[in-house]
Design a protein around this ligand. Structure first.
Ligand code: PLP
Length: 308
């Protein structure tokens, strides 16, 4: 049996094609190498088992936005998994800067920082077989987000694949194993939507496969309680912005009932900031375009991401 191919539909992670990305230098375990030479071992625990953690960051006006918070999540995730990253947070900042400098990058850049448990002596699960130390890779790409998707928004399809419990694979872990999310996205793409809307194990609306999810009802923002979703940094910033600017925000359980009839809905993530959601399961949300509350949040978020 062969997988059925689906037509390409816009994604929340679309960016403008930039030919400079063919010639970037990538950081691999202490070296900055040409893209085509950037390789890790087939014995690497990230490749063999999805045994690693990562962060996606954005560089705006020479600064990696919310860097300390990203590093905190990375180091907490690694600690949870018993992965010794092998370098301190300050040393990691130097590694990130070296990668940006090697590529003369100062603005509109997306960085993928990956740390796996490292190469193993044998292709088996046991973490004790990773005796060579962690594998650290930094991919920094020129990345201007696709304005059409950012402005016109995306459609969601609610999928039967639910978010996991902390007792299975904690959904807060930003780990290399994203199969729960990928299965969800496959389902949504085959239904013709851009992204998957995922419920929690009780049937409440939780998150999308790659972004956090908010709705607006009668001037109030609602997002999930925070259980079962990624502890997104963009989500956190949106909540902070609401609290500081007197925009009513509730972290609560709600269902598709309240979601379909929301005035606005949007996704949040480091890559695109905020992306409007225009349709869910064939129901138009609000006016079917980006709304005024999102516009306000977007502008406040932009100021914050570029000023810190
Ligand atoms: C499932 C999921 N939700 C949300 C996010 C957004 O998190 P952040 O805002 O920190 O980029 C991510 C990012 O990796 C994710 O994988």
């Amino acid at each position: 049996m062969k997988p059925t191919t689906v037509a390409y539909v816009p994604s929340t992670h679309d960016s403008e094609n930039d030919p400079r990305n063919e010639h970037i230098k990538i950081y691999v375990n202490g070296e900055l190498v040409d893209k085509e030479d950037a390789k890790v071992s087939v014995y690497d625990s990230g490749f063999l088992l999805g045994d690693g953690v990562w962060e996606g960051l954005r560089l705006y006006k020479g600064k990696l936005a919310f860097l300390d918070e990203h590093l905190e999540r990375l180091y907490e995730s690694a600690y949870f998994l018993d992965i010794d990253i092998g370098v301190s947070r300050d040393e990691m900042k130097v590694i990130l800067q070296q990668t940006l400098d090697a590529n003369n990058m100062t603005d509109n850049v997306h960085v993928r920082l990956m740390v796996s448990r490292g190469k193993k002596t044998k292709p088996f699960q046991d973490p004790r077989l990773s005796i060579f130390g962690s594998t650290i890779v930094v991919i920094a790409e020129h990345s201007i987000i696709n304005l059409e998707t950012a402005n016109n928004g995306v459609t969601l399809h609610t999928v039967p694949i639910v978010r996991g419990l902390p007792t299975t694979q904690d959904p807060k872990l930003n780990c290399h194993n994203k199969l729960n999310c990928i299965t969800a996205l496959n389902h949504a793409l085959k239904a013709g939507a851009n992204e998957a809307l995922m419920l929690d194990p009780h049937g409440f609306v939780n998150t999308s496969n790659s972004c956090n999810f908010f709705i607006v009802r009668k001037g109030e923002l609602w997002t999930s309680s925070g259980d079962y979703c990624m502890n997104g940094i963009t989500r956190k910033k949106v909540i902070e912005i609401c609290e500081e600017h007197g925009i009513p925000i509730k972290l609560k359980n709600y269902s598709l009932y309240e979601t379909y009839s929301a005035d606005e809905a949007f996704l949040t993530g480091t890559f695109a900031g905020q992306t409007p959601v225009t349709e869910i399961d064939g129901r138009q949300i609000g006016d079917g375009k980006a709304g005024p509350v999102l516009a306000k949040i977007k502008s406040l978020y932009k100021q914050r991401a570029t000023s810190l």
